[in-house]
Ligand binder design. Structure first.
Ligand SMILES: [Zn+2]
Length: 370
Protein backbone atom coordinates (compact mmCIF):
# COMPACT_ATOMS: atom_id res chain seq x y z
CA UNK A 1 0.00 0.00 0.00
CA UNK A 2 1.32 3.47 -0.84
CA UNK A 3 2.22 5.87 1.95
CA UNK A 4 2.82 3.10 4.43
CA UNK A 5 5.98 2.57 6.48
CA UNK A 6 7.38 -0.91 7.19
CA UNK A 7 7.51 -1.32 10.96
CA UNK A 8 8.59 -4.87 11.67
CA UNK A 9 8.61 -8.39 10.26
CA UNK A 10 6.91 -11.12 12.29
CA UNK A 11 6.64 -14.75 11.15
CA UNK A 12 7.51 -13.72 7.59
CA UNK A 13 4.76 -11.08 7.50
CA UNK A 14 5.67 -7.43 7.11
CA UNK A 15 3.77 -5.09 9.45
CA UNK A 16 3.22 -1.70 7.86
CA UNK A 17 1.85 1.53 9.29
CA UNK A 18 -0.02 3.94 7.06
CA UNK A 19 1.19 7.54 7.55
CA UNK A 20 -2.39 8.69 8.21
CA UNK A 21 -2.32 6.39 11.25
CA UNK A 22 0.57 8.41 12.69
CA UNK A 23 -1.37 11.60 11.97
CA UNK A 24 -4.35 10.15 13.84
CA UNK A 25 -2.14 9.32 16.85
CA UNK A 26 -0.64 12.83 16.86
CA UNK A 27 -4.07 14.45 16.58
CA UNK A 28 -5.61 12.29 19.33
CA UNK A 29 -2.55 12.83 21.57
CA UNK A 30 -2.89 16.60 21.26
CA UNK A 31 -6.68 16.50 21.82
CA UNK A 32 -6.29 14.30 24.91
CA UNK A 33 -3.50 16.55 26.20
CA UNK A 34 -5.63 19.69 25.78
CA UNK A 35 -8.50 18.07 27.68
CA UNK A 36 -6.78 16.16 30.45
CA UNK A 37 -3.09 17.10 30.52
CA UNK A 38 -0.21 14.65 30.33
CA UNK A 39 -1.78 11.79 32.39
CA UNK A 40 -4.94 11.97 30.26
CA UNK A 41 -2.94 11.93 27.01
CA UNK A 42 -0.93 8.92 28.27
CA UNK A 43 -4.10 6.97 29.20
CA UNK A 44 -5.88 7.89 25.97
CA UNK A 45 -2.93 6.87 23.80
CA UNK A 46 -2.45 3.65 25.78
CA UNK A 47 -6.07 2.83 24.98
CA UNK A 48 -5.69 3.62 21.25
CA UNK A 49 -2.47 1.62 20.98
CA UNK A 50 -4.07 -1.31 22.84
CA UNK A 51 -7.07 -1.20 20.54
CA UNK A 52 -4.94 -1.15 17.39
CA UNK A 53 -2.75 -3.86 18.88
CA UNK A 54 -5.94 -5.94 19.09
CA UNK A 55 -6.73 -5.11 15.44
CA UNK A 56 -3.21 -6.21 14.48
CA UNK A 57 -3.63 -9.52 16.33
CA UNK A 58 -7.02 -9.96 14.63
CA UNK A 59 -5.30 -9.68 11.22
CA UNK A 60 -2.62 -12.11 12.38
CA UNK A 61 -5.45 -14.50 13.23
CA UNK A 62 -6.56 -14.42 9.58
CA UNK A 63 -2.97 -14.73 8.32
CA UNK A 64 -2.09 -17.69 10.56
CA UNK A 65 -5.30 -19.54 9.66
CA UNK A 66 -4.61 -18.90 5.96
CA UNK A 67 -1.06 -20.25 6.37
CA UNK A 68 -2.55 -23.58 7.49
CA UNK A 69 -4.01 -23.87 3.98
CA UNK A 70 -0.81 -22.84 2.23
CA UNK A 71 -1.91 -19.24 1.60
CA UNK A 72 0.87 -16.73 2.30
CA UNK A 73 0.25 -13.20 3.64
CA UNK A 74 3.01 -10.82 2.47
CA UNK A 75 1.94 -7.89 4.67
CA UNK A 76 -0.51 -6.41 7.16
CA UNK A 77 -1.14 -2.65 7.09
CA UNK A 78 -2.64 -0.63 9.95
CA UNK A 79 -4.87 2.25 8.85
CA UNK A 80 -6.94 4.67 10.97
CA UNK A 81 -10.06 2.69 9.93
CA UNK A 82 -8.59 -0.67 10.91
CA UNK A 83 -6.21 -3.30 9.63
CA UNK A 84 -5.80 -4.96 6.25
CA UNK A 85 -4.12 -8.34 5.79
CA UNK A 86 -3.17 -8.83 2.15
CA UNK A 87 -3.71 -12.52 1.55
CA UNK A 88 -2.08 -13.94 -1.57
CA UNK A 89 -5.44 -15.44 -2.46
CA UNK A 90 -8.69 -16.43 -0.80
CA UNK A 91 -8.98 -20.16 -0.14
CA UNK A 92 -11.20 -21.85 -2.73
CA UNK A 93 -12.75 -24.33 -0.37
CA UNK A 94 -15.70 -22.80 1.58
CA UNK A 95 -14.72 -24.68 4.74
CA UNK A 96 -11.21 -23.17 4.59
CA UNK A 97 -12.60 -19.71 3.91
CA UNK A 98 -14.87 -20.12 6.94
CA UNK A 99 -11.93 -20.95 9.23
CA UNK A 100 -9.83 -18.06 7.88
CA UNK A 101 -12.72 -15.60 8.28
CA UNK A 102 -13.60 -16.76 11.80
CA UNK A 103 -9.98 -16.73 13.00
CA UNK A 104 -9.89 -12.90 13.16
CA UNK A 105 -12.88 -12.33 15.48
CA UNK A 106 -11.81 -15.44 17.47
CA UNK A 107 -8.61 -13.58 18.42
CA UNK A 108 -10.68 -10.67 19.80
CA UNK A 109 -12.81 -13.13 21.78
CA UNK A 110 -9.61 -14.55 23.29
CA UNK A 111 -8.29 -11.05 24.14
CA UNK A 112 -11.62 -10.07 25.72
CA UNK A 113 -11.70 -13.28 27.79
CA UNK A 114 -8.13 -12.80 29.05
CA UNK A 115 -8.63 -9.10 29.87
CA UNK A 116 -12.03 -9.79 31.48
CA UNK A 117 -10.57 -12.53 33.70
CA UNK A 118 -7.55 -10.44 34.72
CA UNK A 119 -9.57 -7.30 35.49
CA UNK A 120 -12.19 -9.30 37.35
CA UNK A 121 -9.48 -10.94 39.45
CA UNK A 122 -8.02 -7.50 40.22
CA UNK A 123 -11.44 -6.26 41.27
CA UNK A 124 -11.68 -3.57 38.54
CA UNK A 125 -15.33 -2.76 37.67
CA UNK A 126 -16.09 -3.58 34.01
CA UNK A 127 -19.34 -1.63 33.58
CA UNK A 128 -19.40 0.51 30.44
CA UNK A 129 -20.32 3.76 32.19
CA UNK A 130 -17.03 3.54 34.06
CA UNK A 131 -15.14 3.53 30.76
CA UNK A 132 -13.52 6.89 30.45
CA UNK A 133 -10.57 7.06 28.10
CA UNK A 134 -8.92 9.95 29.90
CA UNK A 135 -9.42 9.02 33.56
CA UNK A 136 -10.30 5.30 33.59
CA UNK A 137 -8.22 2.15 33.32
CA UNK A 138 -7.18 1.78 29.64
CA UNK A 139 -7.51 -2.01 29.92
CA UNK A 140 -11.26 -1.69 30.57
CA UNK A 141 -11.54 0.45 27.42
CA UNK A 142 -9.53 -2.11 25.43
CA UNK A 143 -11.84 -4.89 26.66
CA UNK A 144 -14.92 -2.99 25.46
CA UNK A 145 -13.11 -2.08 22.24
CA UNK A 146 -12.57 -5.79 21.56
CA UNK A 147 -16.24 -6.56 22.19
CA UNK A 148 -17.11 -3.85 19.66
CA UNK A 149 -14.63 -5.31 17.16
CA UNK A 150 -16.26 -8.75 17.52
CA UNK A 151 -19.77 -7.36 16.95
CA UNK A 152 -18.72 -5.12 14.05
CA UNK A 153 -16.70 -7.79 12.25
CA UNK A 154 -19.46 -10.37 12.57
CA UNK A 155 -22.02 -8.18 10.74
CA UNK A 156 -23.15 -10.44 7.88
CA UNK A 157 -21.95 -8.05 5.17
CA UNK A 158 -18.89 -7.93 2.88
CA UNK A 159 -16.15 -6.88 3.39
CA UNK A 160 -16.64 -7.78 7.05
CA UNK A 161 -15.67 -11.25 8.25
CA UNK A 162 -19.34 -12.01 8.97
CA UNK A 163 -20.10 -11.64 5.24
CA UNK A 164 -17.42 -14.20 4.37
CA UNK A 165 -18.60 -16.57 7.09
CA UNK A 166 -22.16 -16.34 5.76
CA UNK A 167 -21.03 -16.92 2.17
CA UNK A 168 -18.90 -19.90 3.21
CA UNK A 169 -21.82 -21.47 5.10
CA UNK A 170 -24.15 -20.93 2.12
CA UNK A 171 -21.51 -22.23 -0.30
CA UNK A 172 -21.48 -25.62 1.42
CA UNK A 173 -25.11 -26.00 0.27
CA UNK A 174 -25.10 -24.23 -3.12
CA UNK A 175 -23.03 -22.89 -5.98
CA UNK A 176 -20.29 -20.41 -4.93
CA UNK A 177 -21.53 -17.60 -7.19
CA UNK A 178 -25.12 -18.01 -5.94
CA UNK A 179 -23.93 -17.99 -2.31
CA UNK A 180 -21.96 -14.81 -2.97
CA UNK A 181 -24.97 -13.24 -4.63
CA UNK A 182 -27.16 -13.86 -1.57
CA UNK A 183 -24.51 -12.69 0.90
CA UNK A 184 -23.82 -9.57 -1.20
CA UNK A 185 -27.53 -8.70 -1.50
CA UNK A 186 -27.97 -9.01 2.26
CA UNK A 187 -24.91 -6.80 2.77
CA UNK A 188 -26.24 -4.16 0.39
CA UNK A 189 -29.63 -4.20 2.10
CA UNK A 190 -27.83 -3.65 5.41
CA UNK A 191 -25.85 -0.82 3.83
CA UNK A 192 -29.13 0.94 2.99
CA UNK A 193 -30.35 0.53 6.58
CA UNK A 194 -27.03 1.90 7.93
CA UNK A 195 -27.12 4.81 5.52
CA UNK A 196 -30.70 5.65 6.49
CA UNK A 197 -29.97 5.46 10.23
CA UNK A 198 -26.82 7.48 9.64
CA UNK A 199 -28.87 10.37 8.27
CA UNK A 200 -30.72 10.65 11.60
CA UNK A 201 -28.29 9.43 14.25
CA UNK A 202 -24.61 9.14 13.49
CA UNK A 203 -22.87 10.29 10.28
CA UNK A 204 -20.25 7.59 10.87
CA UNK A 205 -22.91 5.05 9.86
CA UNK A 206 -23.10 6.62 6.38
CA UNK A 207 -19.39 6.00 5.99
CA UNK A 208 -19.80 2.37 7.11
CA UNK A 209 -22.75 2.00 4.71
CA UNK A 210 -20.62 3.11 1.78
CA UNK A 211 -17.82 0.76 2.84
CA UNK A 212 -20.24 -2.19 3.07
CA UNK A 213 -21.96 -1.34 -0.21
CA UNK A 214 -18.68 -1.21 -2.17
CA UNK A 215 -17.44 -4.36 -0.45
CA UNK A 216 -20.51 -6.28 -1.55
CA UNK A 217 -20.20 -5.10 -5.15
CA UNK A 218 -16.50 -6.04 -5.27
CA UNK A 219 -17.06 -9.49 -3.81
CA UNK A 220 -19.83 -10.19 -6.29
CA UNK A 221 -17.65 -9.38 -9.30
CA UNK A 222 -14.86 -11.49 -7.88
CA UNK A 223 -17.16 -14.51 -7.60
CA UNK A 224 -18.39 -13.79 -11.12
CA UNK A 225 -14.83 -13.76 -12.38
CA UNK A 226 -14.21 -17.11 -10.78
CA UNK A 227 -17.32 -18.59 -12.39
CA UNK A 228 -16.26 -17.32 -15.80
CA UNK A 229 -12.61 -18.38 -15.50
CA UNK A 230 -13.47 -21.86 -14.23
CA UNK A 231 -15.30 -22.63 -17.45
CA UNK A 232 -12.77 -21.63 -20.09
CA UNK A 233 -9.26 -22.62 -21.13
CA UNK A 234 -6.16 -20.41 -21.15
CA UNK A 235 -6.25 -20.38 -24.97
CA UNK A 236 -9.37 -18.19 -25.07
CA UNK A 237 -7.80 -15.47 -22.92
CA UNK A 238 -4.15 -15.50 -24.02
CA UNK A 239 -2.50 -13.07 -26.37
CA UNK A 240 -1.29 -14.88 -29.48
CA UNK A 241 0.42 -12.08 -31.39
CA UNK A 242 3.47 -12.24 -29.12
CA UNK A 243 7.01 -11.09 -29.86
CA UNK A 244 9.66 -13.10 -28.03
CA UNK A 245 13.20 -11.98 -27.17
CA UNK A 246 16.43 -13.99 -26.98
CA UNK A 247 18.28 -14.21 -23.66
CA UNK A 248 21.67 -13.59 -25.32
CA UNK A 249 20.54 -10.44 -27.19
CA UNK A 250 21.22 -6.93 -25.79
CA UNK A 251 18.53 -4.84 -24.10
CA UNK A 252 18.61 -2.45 -27.08
CA UNK A 253 16.65 -5.16 -28.93
CA UNK A 254 13.87 -4.98 -26.31
CA UNK A 255 13.81 -1.18 -26.47
CA UNK A 256 13.23 -1.42 -30.22
CA UNK A 257 10.27 -3.77 -29.69
CA UNK A 258 8.76 -1.55 -26.96
CA UNK A 259 8.84 1.36 -29.40
CA UNK A 260 7.49 -0.58 -32.42
CA UNK A 261 4.81 -2.73 -30.78
CA UNK A 262 2.08 -2.26 -28.16
CA UNK A 263 3.46 -5.25 -26.22
CA UNK A 264 4.80 -4.42 -22.73
CA UNK A 265 5.83 -7.82 -21.37
CA UNK A 266 7.99 -10.21 -23.39
CA UNK A 267 8.79 -13.89 -23.09
CA UNK A 268 12.55 -14.54 -23.22
CA UNK A 269 13.84 -17.70 -24.94
CA UNK A 270 17.11 -19.57 -24.37
CA UNK A 271 19.30 -20.65 -27.34
CA UNK A 272 17.28 -23.90 -27.61
CA UNK A 273 14.05 -21.92 -28.03
CA UNK A 274 12.63 -22.78 -24.60
CA UNK A 275 11.16 -20.15 -22.27
CA UNK A 276 13.85 -18.84 -19.90
CA UNK A 277 11.95 -15.94 -18.31
CA UNK A 278 9.91 -12.82 -18.78
CA UNK A 279 11.02 -9.23 -19.40
CA UNK A 280 8.69 -6.34 -18.43
CA UNK A 281 8.98 -2.69 -19.33
CA UNK A 282 10.12 -2.02 -15.73
CA UNK A 283 12.86 -4.67 -16.05
CA UNK A 284 14.05 -2.96 -19.25
CA UNK A 285 14.23 0.44 -17.55
CA UNK A 286 16.00 -1.05 -14.52
CA UNK A 287 18.44 -2.96 -16.75
CA UNK A 288 19.20 0.13 -18.86
CA UNK A 289 19.84 2.17 -15.71
CA UNK A 290 22.13 -0.47 -14.22
CA UNK A 291 24.15 -1.63 -17.24
CA UNK A 292 23.19 0.31 -20.36
CA UNK A 293 21.77 -0.87 -23.72
CA UNK A 294 24.32 -3.70 -24.17
CA UNK A 295 23.23 -5.54 -21.02
CA UNK A 296 22.22 -9.14 -21.87
CA UNK A 297 18.45 -9.56 -21.80
CA UNK A 298 19.05 -12.76 -19.82
CA UNK A 299 20.61 -10.69 -17.02
CA UNK A 300 17.72 -8.20 -16.83
CA UNK A 301 14.78 -10.62 -17.11
CA UNK A 302 12.79 -12.31 -14.34
CA UNK A 303 13.50 -16.02 -14.30
CA UNK A 304 11.75 -18.88 -12.54
CA UNK A 305 8.39 -17.90 -14.08
CA UNK A 306 6.05 -20.89 -14.45
CA UNK A 307 4.58 -21.69 -17.87
CA UNK A 308 1.04 -22.80 -18.65
CA UNK A 309 -0.51 -24.82 -21.47
CA UNK A 310 -3.28 -23.54 -23.78
CA UNK A 311 -5.68 -26.25 -22.55
CA UNK A 312 -5.17 -25.43 -18.81
CA UNK A 313 -8.20 -24.04 -16.95
CA UNK A 314 -7.95 -20.24 -16.82
CA UNK A 315 -8.83 -20.08 -13.12
CA UNK A 316 -5.91 -22.37 -12.21
CA UNK A 317 -3.52 -20.37 -14.39
CA UNK A 318 -4.72 -17.15 -12.81
CA UNK A 319 -4.18 -18.55 -9.28
CA UNK A 320 -0.68 -19.58 -10.29
CA UNK A 321 -0.04 -16.05 -11.58
CA UNK A 322 -1.19 -14.59 -8.25
CA UNK A 323 0.86 -17.06 -6.23
CA UNK A 324 4.14 -16.16 -7.94
CA UNK A 325 3.14 -12.47 -8.30
CA UNK A 326 4.20 -12.85 -11.94
CA UNK A 327 3.46 -10.02 -14.40
CA UNK A 328 2.56 -12.57 -17.10
CA UNK A 329 2.75 -16.28 -17.81
CA UNK A 330 4.18 -17.63 -21.06
CA UNK A 331 1.90 -20.18 -22.71
CA UNK A 332 3.73 -23.13 -24.34
CA UNK A 333 2.63 -26.14 -26.38
CA UNK A 334 3.59 -29.72 -25.48
CA UNK A 335 6.99 -29.34 -27.15
CA UNK A 336 7.78 -26.29 -24.97
CA UNK A 337 7.40 -23.85 -27.88
CA UNK A 338 5.92 -20.46 -27.05
CA UNK A 339 2.38 -20.03 -28.42
CA UNK A 340 1.12 -17.06 -26.39
CA UNK A 341 1.19 -14.95 -23.25
CA UNK A 342 -1.31 -14.63 -20.44
CA UNK A 343 -1.42 -11.32 -18.56
CA UNK A 344 -3.76 -10.02 -15.85
CA UNK A 345 -5.02 -7.55 -18.46
CA UNK A 346 -6.14 -10.41 -20.72
CA UNK A 347 -7.99 -12.08 -17.87
CA UNK A 348 -9.54 -8.77 -16.82
CA UNK A 349 -10.70 -7.96 -20.35
CA UNK A 350 -12.19 -11.38 -20.86
CA UNK A 351 -14.10 -11.31 -17.57
CA UNK A 352 -15.30 -7.80 -18.30
CA UNK A 353 -16.62 -8.86 -21.70
CA UNK A 354 -18.32 -11.89 -20.17
CA UNK A 355 -19.97 -9.93 -17.39
CA UNK A 356 -21.08 -7.15 -19.73
CA UNK A 357 -22.65 -9.82 -21.93
CA UNK A 358 -24.28 -11.40 -18.90
CA UNK A 359 -25.71 -8.41 -17.08
CA UNK A 360 -23.80 -5.26 -17.75
CA UNK A 361 -21.60 -5.07 -14.68
CA UNK A 362 -17.94 -4.19 -14.42
CA UNK A 363 -15.70 -6.49 -12.43
CA UNK A 364 -12.97 -5.23 -10.12
CA UNK A 365 -9.80 -6.96 -8.92
CA UNK A 366 -9.21 -8.85 -5.74
CA UNK A 367 -9.91 -7.17 -2.41
CA UNK A 368 -7.75 -7.07 0.63
CA UNK A 369 -8.97 -8.83 3.74
CA UNK A 370 -9.95 -6.67 6.72
ZN1 LIG B 1 -11.20 -9.66 9.98
Amino acid sequence: MRWSIPLARVAGIEIRLHVTFLLLLAWLGLTFFARAGLPGAARGLAYILGLFGSVLLHEFGHAMAARRYGVHTPDITLLPIGGVARLERIPDNPREELVVAAAGPAVNVAIALVLGTLLQAAGVPLVPERVNLLTGNPLVGILWGNLFLIAFNLLPAFPMDGGRILRAVLATRMDYAAATQIAASLGQAMAFVFGFLGLFFNPLLIFIALFVYLGAAGEESLAQMRTVTEEIPVSSAMETDVHALKAEDPLAEAVGLILRTPQRTFPVLDPAGRVAGVLTREDIIKGLGAGGPYTRIGDAMQSGIPVVRPEDVLHEAFLRMQRCACPALPVVDRYGRIVGMLTTDNVGELVMIHSVLKRGERPTWRRPWG
